[in-house]
Design a binder for this molecule. Structure first.
Ligand code: URA
Length: 456
């Protein structure tokens, strides 16, 4: 077999066999095939796509490039959630302890900040001392003891994805549906889970901006996961404006702490409950979405969900007293307030721009070696649909670096748009895909209903 022939075969739109894909992927991981040839192969996939069979084979090869966790010793179902990435998306920090408090095992392996979106690991590491690099023995022990663990990807977990993702990032081949599918599912399946809920975001702050592309990605993810007999559902959710009221590592962790105690913003609370309830449905802990939501709400009200979060922080060496007393966390040195320039209604808060500004204020890294300003970020006081009056504070930007703050003031102002007329509340989610079909979200009935989109 010869890699140049395989690259040209894909370039010309032909399907590669399992053996041919294995030759490319194992050759690349072993260092026998250079970056430039895999880059050419990735670009060929970007333009030509992959069949369902090829996507499943790539997923399997990437999953099996490292260790695959095994939880048969656990007395229950292991489940996880994965988001394709959004601005202000701190759902994992709330959902993992919440779902564990409701009786599922959650072995969550998360990533760091990507482009304009923050990463779960960075948000957790905003808690002083919190360790995300547990050994395999620690991971298994914690999962057995408290039912949940929140850690980072290790070198021996899907090394093929690590190498290929770095190349994709540098070769403009991230936005390929088969490549995203294989990347996400290989990592999640290496966790050894029985069920997976996917949060596929659509909008300005998402990997795909249009709903059509998000539905397409959701379909591919569900169809591929189903081939491996993984219980799966994908929710298509909105990412036009940030989720919740905060963007930036500690600001988001604090909002997650509030939400776990029943004091979170409505959109974040609602979406987290729906995603979590979907996990309970897949894991046979609830018979309907409504029942799942009620059970989870009870875990918040009773304090069980927050208690589970404290257990995670304790076991992963984080500062529990700061989590109990978040008001003691040192605030950023500098802050800029964006004041409403006119009366009216907020018609847009550009999620991607808010994410980029937050990164520029110090919440993200330009390269993996850079440090993070955990206090940097943005607090939104008004969101789409809210009425505003001249002189009201719309948003506060925080940073340890005055220059960074000054350089981004006008950008923050420009991220907001206004209307003189009332603006309806934007949708929170659009629908659901599972192996049985597709449903639309009905915001009035607060449930998924059989999709009418095909008949429009
Ligand atoms: N998230 C991933 O883990 N992989 C991708 O390819 C895109 C988003």
């Amino acid at each position: 077999m010869n890699q140049v022939n395989l690259i040209s075969k894909k370039r010309d739109g032909n399907e590669l066999s399992e053996q041919e894909l294995e030759f490319l992927i194992s050759g690349y991981v072993a260092g026998d095939i250079p970056d430039y040839q895999i880059s050419a192969f990735l670009m060929a996939v970007y333009f030509q796509g992959m069949s369902a069979g090829e996507t499943a084979t790539l997923t399997r090869l990437m999953r099996d490039s490292g260790i695959v966790l095994e939880h048969s010793a656990l007395a229950g179902f292991a489940a996880d959630k994965h988001s394709t990435g959004g601005v202000g998306d701190k759902v994992s920090l709330i959902l993992a302890p919440l779902v564990a408090a409701a009786g599922l095992y959650v072995p969550m392996i998360s990533g760091r900040a990507l482009i304009h979106t923050g990463g779960t690991l960075d948000k957790l590491e905003a808690i002083p001392g919190f360790r995300t690099n547990l050994s395999m023995a620690e991971l298994h022990e914690q999962l057995k003891k408290i039912g949940v663990v929140l850690v980072g990807q290790t070198d021996n977990l899907t090394p093929a994805d690590k190498k290929i993702y770095a190349l994709r990032d540098a070769t403009a081949t991230v936005n390929s549906i088969p490549l995203i599918t294989a990347s996400i599912l290989s990592k999640k399946m290496a966790e050894g889970i029985d069920a997976l809920v996917l949060d596929v975001k659509a909008g300005s702050g998402a990997i795909f901006r249009t709903k059509e592309e998000a539905w397409e990605l959701g379909r591919k993810l569900v169809a591929t996961a189903d081939r491996f007999n993984l219980r799966v559902a994908a929710l298509i959710t909105a990412m036009e404006q940030p989720l919740g009221n905060t963007v930036g590592n500690w600001l988001e962790t604090r909002e997650a702490i509030d939400t776990l105690q029943g004091k979170g913003p409505a959109d974040l609370t609602r979406l987290t409950l729906i995603l979590s309830a979907q996990m309970l449905l897949l894991g046979n802990k609830a018979g309907s979405l409504e029942e799942g939501i009620a059970l989870l709400q009870d875990k918040i009200t009773s304090g069980a969900a927050f208690e589970k979060f404290l257990q995670i922080v304790q076991m992963q060496d984080g500062d529990v007293s700061l989590v109990k007393n978040p008001q003691d966390y040192p605030a950023a040195k500098f802050c800029y307030e964006y004041i409403a320039p006119r009366d009216g209604y907020v018609s847009a808060v550009d999620a991607r721009e808010i994410g980029n500004i937050s990164m520029a204020l110090g919440a993200g890294r330009a390269s993996m070696e850079d440090g993070i300003d955990y206090t940097a970020g943005i607090v939104l006081r008004k969101k789409v649909g809210d009425k505003v009056q001249t002189g009201e504070v719309l948003a506060c930007a925080h940073s340890e670096d005055r220059q960074k703050l000054t350089a981004n003031e006008e950008r923050l102002n420009q991220a907001f748009s206004f209307s003189a007329d009332p603006v309806p509340q934007p949708p929170l989610l659009y629908g659901l895909i599972d192996p049985d079909g597709e449903k639309d979200w009905d915001p009035d009935r607060e449930e998924f209903v059989i999709s009418q989109r095909g008949e429009e």
